[in-house]
Structures are given as C-alpha cells and as structure tokens.
Write a protein that binds this ligand. Structure first.
Ligand code: OXD
Ligand code: MN
Length: 611
C-alpha cells in the first residue's frame, strides 16, 4: 500500500517498477513491526547472500547487526561517480561528466528487470528534522534490506517524511538503487542534478548506496543550494557551552583522516570542564546552512546518525563515538569475536580476539593473524580499514539538545583545516568572508610518512568538498562569495586550523584531541571581540600567551607555541606559487570558472607577504 497520494511520487514509483520489474513492492512506513520483520528476514538469509546480516550479542550489543560487503565493494568509488548535467562545463573540473541522455540510455538496460525475483522497497525519508523549513524529502527505491535498515538510522525514515512533501509538490529527490551484480566494472553512482535524480547500481557499500548521504545531502543539495540561496557543506557542527551558559556554534570542514568526528565529539580538558565548558555534537559530517529571519546563518545536520570509520575508534580517541555504537548499531566489515558474538577492529584495544572471523568472513586465530605480514607488506587486518558503524545520533552521550530543532543553530564561526606538517599555523583567522572563501578554496592535506608514496605531497580538497560539489567548483566558490554578500555583518567569522604541525623529527607538536578545545576557546573569544590578535600577511594569528596551555605547559612550551603559530615567509611564498599552479592547471585550464575576487585575494596575499 502506498503511503502518499502525491501523484509525482506515485508516477515515478510506477515507472521505476515497470523498469526494474520486482516481484513485490513494499512501502517502508518506518514502524517497529515492519522493521522487526525485515530484521528477521535479512538475518534468516543463507550465508553468502549479498544482503545477509547477523544478529550480535543481545546482552552486550543490544539491537546491533553485522554485515559484510563483497571484498571489491568497500569504499566510495570516485572514478565511477558522475555528475550528468546538460552542459559539460557545468560539471567542471572536479567531476566526471556524461551527457544525461547518454547516461540514461546506458543505465536503463542495466536496470531493466534487475529486481526480478526480488522485492523493491520504497523508502520515504527526510534529510533534516521533519517540519523544518531547511529539511528536504527524498525517496529511495532499493532491493536491499541492508539499505533500508541503514537508512532508518541515517535519516528520518518512514511515512512522516511524506508530511513534509505534501500532496502535490514535486520537490523530492528520486533515488534508485540496485545491488544487482558483483562486477565493479558495472558499478555506477550517477547524479542528475537537473532532474533531482540519483541512480546507483552494482554496489552495496554505504557511501554509494545510502543515497541520502553523500549523493543527496552533498552533491544534489550543493546544486540545489546554489539555485535556492543556501549551502550544503561537508562540515561537522558543534556547540560549545561556556561558563556563562551561552552556547556558541561552530562548523568545520576537513578532508578525510583529519579527525572530523573526533572534533565533533570533543571532550574538553579537565580545566575547561571544571570551569563549566561543555561540547555538544549537532553533526559529524554534513551541514546545511541558510540565512535565518534575523539575518544570521543557521545550520542543521540533515542526517540522523553517524556513518563512522570504526578502526582507531576507542574509549580514549573518541569515547562518545564508541558509546554511540553500544546499541541499535549496524557494523559493516569489522571483525567478529566468536567467543561472545561481539565486534572488534584495529585500535579498539590491544587484544584482538583469538577466536575471530576477519572482515571477509574467514575464521582465523586473531592474535596470530594480526602479526602476519600481508601481501601489502603490512600486518594483516581483522577489520577492513574502511569498516564502519552506522549509529543512531540519539545514542551519542553529547548529542546537542538542539539536534532536532527545526530552526537549526546559529553559526558563529566556520573552520577549515587540513593535515599540514609545516607552513600552516595552529590557527589563524581570515580578514573577512571573501578572504575566508579563498582560504577554503586553498584547503589541502599532505601525505604523511605513514602512508605509501612521497611525503609532503599536497592533495587539494577545496572546502573538503572536492568529491562532493555537484557542479562547477568555480561556480561553487562564486556561490560562497554571494552568500557572504547576503550575510554581510552577520556572516560567521572564518578560521583555519592545523592540528598536525611537526617538528624537524616528524613529531606532532600539538597534542590535539580534547586539547583542541583551547583553540576553539580562542576562536570563540575572537568571535565575541574579547581578544586581540596579531595581524600577519596570512590573517590574524593569536598573540603570544593567548592560547591557554594551562595543564599542558610541559608539552607545549613557549618555544613550541612559537613554532605552532609561526608564519614563515619562504614557506608561504611556496604556498602561493602552488596555489597559482593549482588555480591555473587544475581548475582554470580544465574549465573551472574561478571568480576574479579569489584571484584578487591571492594577489593581495602575495603583496602582503612581500611588504
Ligand atoms: C565519509 C567520507 O564517509 O567523507 O564521510 O568519505
Ligand atoms: Mn564525510
């Protein structure tokens, strides 16, 4: 039975049913009875079925499920991800492009009859709190129960999502997914921004198939945001409660492997806790931001859960993330401890289970296994490095009381950052929004000695959005500038941070994790106009003594702090040369329409440095 009378939804579901030819169509109402019966069904499937899930220990991990994907289907596939808009130039240099007509023609035969013998699930969902003017509706059609159960955690799923759409609106994102085949050469993650449509086929990995997340909430939404005057960003949202009781909200964009989830769930150092500081998580991955009636920029987290990387998550590195996985969580591609039917991953603790099943499903002696050197020259891993937990946001001990506020939270500061061994100081503030937009366009992260390949190679990832901008990156930067003009004096202040500065011996010189609170503290004081700063060529840098190091004085001596905050002229001259190369070779020469104001910011930066 369909859950809506909206003719646009009904017509499209009918068309897609005619194309994919499932045996049965089930509308997902989101009720407990329906979800419970899907869990029974998916856990009763034979081993080896692509959808197969397992129940975990009900006492230790109540309501938790386990799933493993095919070994060739463990991550987002950027080379098979497309933006299909009519004009190639509108996709720009950061996207794979194909003409929409051509892509529909190519994929339609692949979807033809693909769900024969299977059930199609119709999943209505809301990105953002139901009833919020910032929220948007999506409908995903899928032949995977694993997808239904993940969408139930990651979105507001079920019949209430249709309430936001109403009986006549056509403003919903149409997602079609089939796990279909196993052949990675036939895997496609395709966006048609001009049709509000996403087609995903031949994958069962989260980022490729939970279509509300990267596909809708970033790629399609960034395009919608440009047209409708708001922003969809790859940003965490956190609130800092100060001793006076006021909560200041900050968003932050970092490329992967820079600790976004950790910052979102930060636990302040003892001294700050004693003074009454608290940190609340609103979101760990995506922010939708729009100007409110009072002129300020408001942010919602469109998601309802966390799709986090498991390895490295432990009680010390991120207590709140680990606690979020204690119940009603789906684990994908981690290892199983067969003694008690629980899960394990590298970095959880120092005791890999002995009686273990590794992520591909092979029973192994865990302790021995992790000490054997694999074909890649590294110790074997029980869990895949990109294994994940899908955890409900409501499980998070520090979830913000504003998490479901339909108005969102007012943003005081926006932070950019990357992993930089040198050059970039611990923190600096941009001069204004336009300069801050330049700083965002220059976000890049360095490869480290720990990774294979050359050390210190810059990977550009503007606003940490490179794989997620659903249109021309130059137009995206222009949209940022446009938003700044609209926000005027209400615009959040823009900062850049670098937790990863190293000394001559390659040791990190900033402790990071909870101690990043000390930097947030400076940022908030800057937003409040409570603290002065040194004006440098690159922006405002903290004055000596203004980053609070109480409790870590032994580790962060005045000499180290000087290094952390240094602006080295030679390194910045190189940085500017690299940015000129990047703008020209990677962007402009490849069809990126760089706004003149950003070229001008680069000129001004160079002039200030040479003054
Ligand atoms: C993610 C990503 O999974 O950014 O959040 O790849
Ligand atoms: Mn992400």
């Amino acid at each position: 039975m369909s859950l809506t009378n909206n003719p646009n939804v009904l017509k499209w579901v009918e068309e897609m049913t005619a194309l994919t030819k499932p045996d049965k169509v089930v509308w997902i109402d989101g009720s407990k009875e329906q979800l419970d019966s899907l869990i029974e069904e998916v856990t009763s499937l034979p081993d080896g079925d692509k959808d197969k899930m397992y129940k975990l220990n009900p006492d230790k991990l109540p309501g938790c499920l386990y799933h493993r994907t095919l070994p060739n289907d463990v991550a987002r596939v950027e080379d098979r991800t497309f933006i299909c808009c009519r004009n190639k130039e509108d996709a720009g240099p950061t996207n794979n492009w194909c003409d929409p007509k051509e892509m529909y023609a190519k994929l339609t035969p692949m979807y033809d009859g693909v769900m024969k013998g299977r059930t199609m699930y119709v999943i209505p969902y809301s990105m953002g709190p139901i009833g919020s003017s910032l929220a948007k509706v999506g409908v995903e059609l899928t032949d995977s129960i694993y997808v239904v159960l993940n969408m139930n955690i990651m979105t507001r799923m079920g019949k209430d999502a249709f309430k936001n759409l109403g009986d006549t609106s056509n403003d919903f994102v149409r997602g079609l997914h089939s796990k279909a085949d196993v052949d990675p050469e036939k895997r496609y993650i395709v966006h048609f921004p001009e049709d509000n449509t996403i087609w995903s086929i031949n994958s069962a990995y989260g980022g490729n198939v939970l279509l509300g997340k990267k596909c809708f909430a970033l790629r399609i939404a960034s395009y919608q945001g440009k047209n409708e005057g708001w922003m969809a960003e790859h940003m965490l949202i956190l609130g800092v409660k100060k001793p006076d009781g006021e909560v200041k909200y900050i968003t932050a964009a970092f490329p992967s492997a820079c600790g976004k989830t950790n910052l979102a769930m930060l636990i302040p150092p003892e001294g700050y806790k004693k003074d009454g500081y608290e940190v609340f998580t609103v979101g760990d991955d995506i922010a939708w931001m729009k100007q409110g009636e009072d002129g300020k920029l408001y942010a919602i987290n469109p998601e309802n859960g966390f799709f986090g990387v498991a390895p490295g998550t432990n009680a010390k590195s991120n207590y709140n993330a680990l606690a979020s996985t204690s119940k009603n969580t789906i684990f994908t591609n981690v290892a199983i401890n067969n003694d008690d039917n629980t899960v394990w991953w590298e970095g959880l603790d120092k005791n890999p289970p002995v009686n273990a099943t590794e992520w591909k499903g092979e029973k192994v002696n865990g302790k021995e296994y992790t000490s054997v050197i694999g074909a890649d020259g590294k110790p074997q891993k029980l869990a895949h490095p990109n294994s994940r937990f899908t955890a409900p946001a409501e499980n998070c001990p520090c979830i913000s009381p504003e998490f479901n506020n339909p108005k969102g939270v007012p943003v005081s500061a926006i932070i950019f950052g990357g992993r930089r061994a040198s050059t970039t100081p611990l923190v600096y503030q941009s001069f204004d929004w336009t300069h801050g937009t330049y700083v965002g366009s220059a976000v890049s992260s360095e490869t480290t000695a720990a990774a294979t390949g050359a050390v210190g190679v810059l990977r550009h990832d503007p606003m940490a959005m490179k794989p997620f901008i659903g249109y021309n990156v130059g137009d995206y930067w222009a949209h940022w500038l446009e938003m700044g003009k609209k926000l005027g004096d209400n615009a959040p202040k823009i900062f850049n941070v670098n937790w990863f500065k190293q000394d001559e011996n390659g040791n990190f010189i900033w402790p990071g994790f909870g101690d990043n609170m000390r930097v947030l503290d400076w940022i908030i004081k800057r937003c409040e106009g409570k603290i002065d700063a040194d004006e440098t060529a690159i922006g405002y840098v903290p004055k000596k003594g203004d980053i609070n190091v109480k409790g870590i004085e032994d580790e962060v001596t005045p000499e180290i702090m000087e290094k952390l905050l240094a602006v080295d002229k030679d390194l910045w001259t190189k940085e500017i040369a690299e940015m000129r190369r990047y703008y020209k070779e990677d962007i402009a020469d490849k069809g990126g329409r760089i706004p003149a104001e950003l070229e001008e910011e680069l000129n001004k930066l160079e002039a200030r440095l040479n003054k």
